[in-house]
Design a protein around this ligand. Structure first.
Ligand SMILES: [Cu+2]
Length: 443
């Protein structure tokens, strides 16, 4: 797979923001690839969408301007591995994904053991699935120190590749896995593969990936720590706001779970940000004042107010989150003027990343934290809930595409890195062989 970096990428931005660079200055309209789009007015669904403010647009332009270009580089990473597509027939029994906080100690143990097992299934290790760890690594492609490729880090590399390739053209579309319509299908498929790999690794065909129900963090009245999730015996401690104390402690890391490829310091959308080597997992739960706790039940309930999957211009900056379910769930707000939140999204999905912090935040390699997968299972669960509500509405328009009305035609094709899987093949999640124990419902 080769492609040119022919467009300005987002998020070097993030580095400038972290360094405290103030807004203002460059507003070269050439930097804005969605320029001229009027996101205001009344949508076809009848929702009264507010126009993007000049202040918000200015921050978006600042972010794009801070990124620079990768012209002439090829996209490295994760090519060539033998993979599987959508299963031909769903499993006899659907996997049932349950909330982490409802699992028995034994089930929690199995989840952590599965994550650790994937790290130990390396190329030619003889373990089931080891052939699938024979991918092309950024570390080799960039001439960095290689590590023993394995089934866990395949997912880290795949995600990093999706970021670094973002806003380049892939199969005729841009923003193929984030900040656009394929955000939900791409992550749904990533979880499906990981879940099957975990099941195989621990020899339990019924294994299901748990989800992080964000509302659990409010149960004890202290969302700043989220005690139900960050347990020393399982997923590990919440880290600390101080860099020197941010390393996660507990059973997971005691089993040898550490990072092999990560990003550091540079624009996370650029190959220069990739680092290879061993270092501990970092978290800074609840450390940023902009985000006190993950999304709550009231925020989740508002997904049902959005009746179209996505709306033009299908991006993170201009798309009206009052209209677009995808934009709302991904966590961007086109009225926002807080640079960190314009860049990363501070609501719903983005909020979870910023809230956990450390390797979950501002890293294209953020599947390095296993919580990534529980977090995205919750994102997927909210999508499933929205689909089910549409299917139950009895309204033919809302029942289109398995409950995905308004999914744009140009984004139905092959997923980034997984070109044999059309995005539209992920819509019917039950046909993929899983379901959720419970789903949020309209209030
Ligand atoms: Cu992602």
């Amino acid at each position: 797979m080769k492609m040119d970096y022919d467009r300005r990428l987002l998020a070097g931005a993030l580095v400038a923001l972290l360094a405290g660079v103030a807004c203002g200055g460059d507003d070269d309209p050439g930097m804005v690839d969605a320029g001229g789009v009027d996101a205001g007015g009344v949508d076809a669904s009848g929702v009264d969408a507010s126009p993007v403010t000049p202040e918000h647009e200015q921050v978006c332009m600042q972010i794009e301007a801070g990124v620079g270009t990768h012209d002439g580089l090829d996209v490295p990473g994760v090519s060539g591995a033998p993979r599987w597509g959508i299963p031909d027939t769903p499993p006899a029994t659907r996997r049932v994904r349950r909330s982490w906080s409802t699992l028995t100690d034994q089930d929690k143990q199995a989840v952590i053991d599965a994550f650790v097992a994937l790290k130990n299934i390396t190329v030619d290790s003889g373990d089931p699935g080891s052939a699938r760890a024979d991918y092309t690594s950024f570390c080799d492609e960039l001439g960095l120190t290689p590590y023993p490729r394995n089934l866990y880090d395949f997912y880290v590399e795949a995600h990093a590749n999706a970021f670094i390739s973002m806003m380049t053209q892939y199969q005729g579309v841009t923003r193929m896995a984030h900040m656009g319509p394929q955000f939900l299908p791409w992550h749904r498929y990533l979880l499906l593969r990981l879940e099957a790999d975990m099941a195989e690794a621990i020899g339990d065909p019924d294994f299901a990936l748990p989800y992080w129900d964000w509302t659990d963090c409010y149960d004890d009245g202290d969302p700043s720590t989220c005690a139900p999730l960050f347990e020393r015996d399982y997923l590990g401690t919440p880290g600390a706001c101080d860099d020197a104390q941010a390393a996660v402690e507990g059973y997971l890391v005691d089993q040898g779970f550490a990072l092999n490829i990560y990003t550091d310091g540079q624009p996370i959308f650029h190959p220069d940000s990739i680092r290879c080597g061993t270092r501990p997992l970092l978290r800074k739960v609840g450390c940023l004042p902009q985000v006190q706790g993950p999304a709550d039940g009231a925020a989740i309930a508002q997904v049902f107010d959005r009746e179209v999957y996505d709306s033009a211009p299908y991006d993170d900056c201009y798309t009206e989150e009052d209209v677009s379910f995808r934009q709302y769930l991904e966590g961007f707000d086109n009225d926002d003027t807080e640079p960190l939140c314009v860049a990363a999204g501070c609501k719903m999905h983005g909020r979870g990343h910023v809230y956990v912090g450390g390797d979950m935040q501002f890293s294209s390699a953020n599947p390095n934290d296993p919580i990534f997968f529980l977090h995205h299972a919750q994102v997927d669960r909210v999508w499933a809930a929205w689909q089910e509500a549409n299917l139950a509405s009895g309204d033919a328009a809302r029942m289109a595409d398995y409950g995905n009305p308004g999914y744009p035609d140009e984004y139905r094709g092959g997923l980034f890195n997984f070109s044999d899987v059309p995005a539209s093949d992920t819509f019917d999640y039950k046909a993929l062989g899983y379901e959720y124990d419970t789903l949020p419902t309209p209030q």
